[in-house]
Ligand binder design. Structure first.
Ligand code: HEC
Length: 155
């Protein structure tokens, strides 16, 4: 596994819908749907923070501390993913399929919680190979859920 591979995976996962485009729709969204987007952005921010340090895009003082803090934040916010789709929170880029295939959504949410916890453990151990392996699993878990349950953004 190399840097280009990780960079490509990171780009695929973190690609966000353009907020300026969404601005008008946002006013129509329920608070529960807005909360889903807020938490998902927290998930993405901490994952992005880990990636920037892991790939050496930034060289912060006390690199280990940054790897650990970002992955802990990621693991904690990822435990909320399964709670982000209560009845009545439809909308945004969440596909209606979520509410008809809730068991699958919940399975993917659990996979994300498990894989991010594993990444946090790897960061704690300082083992870069283990971090790389866990990084890949996290990226796959984000992408698997988005491919099935999140609307594609062409713009
Ligand atoms: C179990 C399903 C699931 C998992 C796992 C998941 N997401 Fe999401 N994600 C969604 C859904 C659904 C949306 C659309 C939310 C909306 O627009 O209401 C979304 C939206 C997003 C957004 C856009 C936020 C916004 O403002 O609209 C980002 C960024 C994102 N996810 C990043 C991630 C990252 C990074 C991971 C993995 C660490 C991840 N997601 C894991 C389902 C998931």
């Amino acid at each position: 596994m190399n840097r280009i591979f990780f960079a490509a995976l990171a780009a695929a996962v973190l690609l966000m819908p353009a907020h300026s485009v969404m601005a008008d729709d946002d006013t129509e969204l329920s608070d529960a749907a807005k909360y889903r987007e807020t938490v998902m952005e927290a998930v993405a921010s901490s994952f992005g923070g880990f990636i920037a340090v892991y790939l050496g895009k930034v060289e912060p003082k006390a690199e280990d501390k940054h790897l650990i803090a970002n992955t802990r934040a990621l693991a904690i916010s990822s435990t909320l993913i399964g709670d982000l789709v209560p009845p009545g929170s439809e909308g945004g880029n969440a596909l209606p399929l979520i509410w008809t295939e809730m068991d699958t959504y919940q399975k993917y949410a659990q996979d994300a919680a498990d894989s991010t916890a594993e990444l946090a453990r790897a960061a704690e151990s300082g083992d870069r190979a283990a971090m790389g392996k866990a990084f890949k699993a996290v990226g796959t878990s984000c992408k698997t859920c988005h491919d099935k349950f999140r609307e594609e953004h062409e713009s």
